[in-house]
Design a protein. Structure first.
Length: 122
């Protein structure tokens, strides 16, 4: 019988002629090809489709929240890009143009991930 104790595997069986040896063993094995839904007892394997009126309402509200958040991030990115374009046309310093562009790229990333999360709502 083997038990885990602070990241090491310890055997409870007596070893002949020696004290019990402690062999290091990893606590978590991560394999990208195995989805979490296929592992029994994982959180994603227990997520089921919403049932009943309130479950469906909650799912719709969560999806609407993600879509609204994604739209707001996209609007912020658009406004920031327009500001950077205006600064570039007026001959502002490069960092004054680069900073809003970097911020807009971050907002575009947040927008895309928010819309992606809206599609993944269980």
């Amino acid at each position: 019988m083997t038990s885990l104790l602070l990241g090491t595997a310890v055997s409870n069986l007596p070893m002949p002629g020696a004290a019990a040896r402690i062999a290091p063993a990893p606590l978590v094995y991560y394999n990208r090809s195995v989805s979490a839904a296929s592992i029994p007892g994982s959180r994603s394997s227990t997520i089921l489709a919403p049932k009943g009126f309130f479950g469906r309402l909650w799912r719709a509200l969560r999806q609407l929240f993600h879509e609204t958040t994604g739209a707001m991030f996209a609007i912020l990115a658009l406004i920031t890009l327009m500001s950077a374009l205006r600064a570039w046309q007026n001959g502002a310093a490069r960092w004054i143009v680069a900073l809003p562009v970097a911020y807009a790229l971050m907002m575009i990333y947040f927008s895309v991930t928010s819309f992606r999360n809206a599609r993944r709502v269980p």
